[in-house]
Design a protein around this ligand. Sequence first.
Ligand SMILES: [Zn+2]
Length: 345
Amino acid sequence: MKNLLRFLLLFLAIATIAGCAMRPSVLPSPGGISLQDICQQYNVHWQFDAVTQVIFLEYKDHKAKALVGSTVVLLGQQKIILNAPLRRQNSTIYVPDDFESKVIGPFGAVRSRLGFRGDLSNLKVHTIILDPGHGGRDPGARGFGGVKEKDVNLDIARRLRGLLSEAGLKVIMTRNSDEFISLNERTQIAAKSDADLFISIHANSNPVHRTEGMEVYYVKTHDRRDLDEEQRQKNERIFLRRLNAKASVTLQGIVADMMYELKVAESGRLAMRIVHDAASDLEVSNRGARHCRYFVVRNTLMPAVLIETGFLTNRQEEKKLNSGEYRQKLAEAIARSILTYASSS
Ligand SMILES: [Zn+2]
């Protein structure tokens, strides 16, 4: 009797534990990962036809077709059989766990490290100029521990280039080594390119050593003196030549004005987006989007910002900026904010 009682108690205990463990806290998904999530991670473009229930996948030259409710995927001409069928619940399509290796794998797509959750298929930005500040005989700011701004800027820009390229953007660097490039040359590289954005990367300094945080600069207004500046006019001529515009002086003036209007409005939006998103991502103090008259920001024709990533004169920030791990986080936060801007209308 005693044994039977003990057995019953044990049985009840196991049943209760098992019951708790098996009770789902949320509604069960029909199994697998959402198609939207996986395509976003790999930047694979997808479309769903609700009438035929066919899913079209595209990545560079690769194409695939899948059907909701079926285990068959057509990868080009090749037929692939998945472990389980694709399923649809409400508006979400779920794929089985071998979808990633059997379908996305052969595309040669690389998983983006960014975790960007927006839509990359319809960006308003295609080419970006990254301008690592200083270089060569111009070291820029210097920290107490000897960290040179030119090195920090170049490393962040290189990391950013990797992340933005992975997201499908074309990236042009004004310098990719420790060399001196004049400010004029930097803006000419931009004028000769088909870039939509110009992003200059810097690290800050301040005689008040406790000053810390991130700030992003942009040009808000131009006075006549700025518009008549020699390098700006030269860049406008390069730009118009590239457009093949055999235009009159008046028409050239109109084009330049339009470019200027667009530049001012978009530079402000981009600056605010970067400093707001990146500062909160990195949990550093947000010193805001600020107006400036810096040469590279003033004399480029496309929307342009200058990011001051942190203060090398602040011991804590110098230590952080000297760490590859932090520079990677910085690059990721900036890349996400640029992509958020680029995917907004
Ligand atoms: Zn600088």
